[in-house]
Every structure is written in C-alpha cells, then in structure tokens.
Design a protein around this ligand. Structure first.
Ligand SMILES: Cc1ncc(COP(=O)(O)O)c(C=O)c1O
Length: 396
C-alpha cells in the first residue's frame, strides 16, 4: 500500500513518541512521573458537566450539528470576548467554533497557503503551525524566539523578500513552550508589519486565562486594526479543563473566518451539540473556577521553578501559560537530558528541540500534574542531579 508523501513525510507527533516511551516503561511495571503534555489534571467544573449531561439527554442534540456552530454558542463567544477583552465580534461573520483549536490551526493553512507559499512560524513553537503549512504544500520560515529577544520574533529582521511573499504569520502568547508573554505594543508592531507586507496574522491564544501574580494577558484583537489583518485562535481546553471535549474557536477577520468556515463545512459536521451547550455554560456561567485553577497552577509554578533552580537547572519563571521552560545541564542536549531523566529516574519532561531548533538546550515542564507527583518528580530530578554530581558532572 502506498501512503501519500504528505503523510509519509510527517514526523511522528511529539507527544505520540513520548506517550509510546511512557507506555513501554509502564508495561515493565515502572512508575513514570510525567511533566509532559499540557493537559489539565483537574476535572471540568461540575456546572459545565451538569449542562453537558442535561443537553446529552435531549434527542435534538443527538443529530448532526451545524458545522458553523449554534448561534447561541457564537453569541456566547462574542459576549466572552467583549467582557474579557472589550473586543467586539459579529457572531455571524467573525466567529468560527472549532473541534479544538488544534483542528482550526491545522486547517487554516489550507485556506491561505498554496503549494510553494511561505508561512512565518515561531521557533520554538507549537508544532501544528509548521505541520499545517507543510500539509498544505507550503514552507515554514522559522522566526527565532530566544531569551535574548524575550521570546518575541524580531519582525523587522525578516528579509524583505521573505516578508512580502509570506501568506501567514503565526504568533502565540502566552507562549507554548516558553511561557513568554506579549504586550499590546508587540501586537501593534505585528499589525503594522501585516499592513506593510500584506501577510495575514494568526494569533494563537489558548493560555490567555492561565496567568499568575495578577497578570492579565491581552488579546491580539485588542491591538488597533488587528481585525483588518488577522484572527485569533482560542480554546476552552485550558481555561475550563475541557481538553477532552474538544472545543475551541477562531475569531476576527471576516474574510479569514469565512474561508475557514467554507473549508470546514466540507470536511466536518461540527461540534457535538451537547458539548456546544457545555461550552456556552463555561463561557457564560460562573468564572470563579478560572481564578481557583490559577492559584493552584501558580503554587505549582513556584515549586517547579524553585525546585529546579535550587539544583542548578536554570528555570524561567513564567507570568502565564501552563509551562516552565528550563535550561538543560551543561554538556547535555535536550534529547540526552530527557532520555536520561526517563531512563534513570522515570521522569518525563519534553525536549525543547521538539518545538524547533531554537528550543535546543531547553526542556519544558508542564504544571498539569497533581501536587504529590509534582513533588515526587522534582525530588527524583534532584536525586538524578546528586548522582551526576557524585559521578563528576559539573552543573552550573
Ligand atoms: C499553543 C497551543 N495552541 C493550541 C493548542 C490546542 O488546543 P486545543 O485543545 O483547543 O486543540 C495547544 C494545546 O496544547 C497549544 O499549546
């Protein structure tokens, strides 16, 4: 059987590989502590589940949903954006509900990338920006985001020939994997850049509600003129612990949203309606759960950052997102360090190079791990470090 090149050439998805290695360890009876995927360990809040149960009992919701989503859902998304960011959206033309943001992120490439076209993609970055581009026959042009530039791409350093030919610019703040944030000034620069070059912007913001120390991330759409040049992807996954229900949205520029809706109406039949009702409840119901989760994540962030720094692994303290981005010990690559931790102490961290070449030298630790395991994991990493120190490795 011949598999098409576009699939044959796909690298295995980062977390599929990691999950396989965890399963092998577990099959041998070993206990593995995972700081891997950013999948909230806290359940979906009860009021949302209750709405889901109620809606799932109604036969109206047993039938095909509309691919563009219930009008009530689109109105709830518009109201949420207005309340949270002061951004006004037309539920008819500026909102596309998604089967999770990942689905829309992959599919938008098919709307704007023709074979041979370029998309500007952050490096390191969420892998789907580049994968979607490749699947559509395009080429990612990587924009380094490094500690030196506060993990913000230097748009003015993109060669003019590349910038003018690029069709999409991908941005993501609060950032996965680095935990970096962007202020409104950066988004204003991005809008200017788009106006100058004609590139369309896709900002991915699923972590906007996971923030610490009172910090409130901004939306790309708050930048004046943003809606003329781009869209924002968002998700209920991280805000309301709804990764398993698969629901997100793309919002903003009507032409871009229209293209995505046209594509999607041809390839999916929408989000199960009971889940849409659960999402409406999440967006319009009590929001205390969001602040409560942030208290928990902030405590875990402090434990991880302090724990790693104490043993000489330089960790950056994030203002938002579910991730701590930490340097690997001197003399190690990301892959070597990750392998060592898994093989020797049964701890999973994600290798930074899995997010692009500029992620080399780092690992990502997710905060979506129960406190007891988090402490156990940190103590195992400390144990690994002492062992290495005894065997002569210099850790800075
Ligand atoms: C930056 C980023 N965008 C999008 C997603 C996908 O979110 P969803 O669960 O809505 O598909 C993730 C998931 O981890 C992510 O990290």
């Amino acid at each position: 059987m011949k598999i098409a090149k576009r699939v044959e050439n796909l690298p295995p998805y980062l977390f599929v590989e990691i999950s396989k290695r965890i399963a092998e360890k577990k099959a041998k009876g070993e206990e593995v502590i995972s700081f891997g995927i950013g999948d909230p360990d806290i359940p979906t809040p009860p009021h949302i589940i209750n709405r889901l149960l109620e809606a799932s009992r109604d036969p109206v919701n047993h039938r095909y949903p509309e691919s563009e989503g219930l009008p009530e859902l689109r109105r709830a998304i518009a109201a949420w954006y207005m309340n949270r960011f002061g951004v006004s959206l037309d539920p008819e033309t500026e909102i596309a509900p998604l089967l999770g943001a990942k689905e829309g992120i992959a599919h938008i490439a098919f709307c704007f990338i023709d074979p041979g076209d370029t998309a500007l993609v952050p490096d390191p970055g969420y892998p789907v920006y580049a994968i979607g581009t490749n699947l559509a026959g395009g080429h990612p042009y990587y924009l380094p985001i490094t500690e030196k530039n506060n993990f913000l791409p230097e748009l003015n350093r993109i060669p003019a020939g590349v910038a003018e030919k690029a069709r999409l610019l991908w941005l993501n703040y609060p950032n996965n994997p680095t935990g970096a944030v962007a202020g409104i000034e950066f988004f204003q620069q991005a809008v200017e850049f788009a106006r100058k070059t004609g590139v369309s912007i896709c900002h991915d913001g699923p972590y906007s509600e996971v923030a610490f120390d009172g910090y409130r991330p901004v939306s790309f759409l708050q930048a004046p003129g943003a809606k003329e040049v781009g869209i924002e992807f968002h998700s209920l996954s991280k805000t309301y612990n709804m990764t398993g229900w698969r629901i997100g949205m793309a919002v903003g520029n009507a032409t871009m949203i229209g293209a995505l809706k046209t594509l999607k109406s041809n390839i999916d039949s929408g989000i199960p309606q009971a889940i849409q009702y659960a999402a409406i409840e999440a967006l319009t119901g009590p929001q205390d759960c969001v602040a409560e989760h942030n208290v928990l994540y902030q405590r875990r962030r402090d434990l991880v950052v302090e724990g790693l720094n104490k043993i000489g692994l330089k960790a950056i303290c994030p203002k938002a997102s579910l991730y701590v981005w930490a340097k690997v010990p001197e003399g190690y690559t990301s892959a070597e360090f990750t392998k060592d931790l898994l093989d020797q102490v049964g701890v999973v961290v994600t290798p930074g190079n899995g997010y692009g070449p500029n992620g080399e030298g780092y690992v990502r630790l997710s905060l979506t791990i129960a406190d007891a395991n988090l402490l156990k994991g940190l103590s195992r990493i400390a144990g690994w470090r002492s062992h290495k120190m005894l065997s002569g490795l210099k850790l800075t």
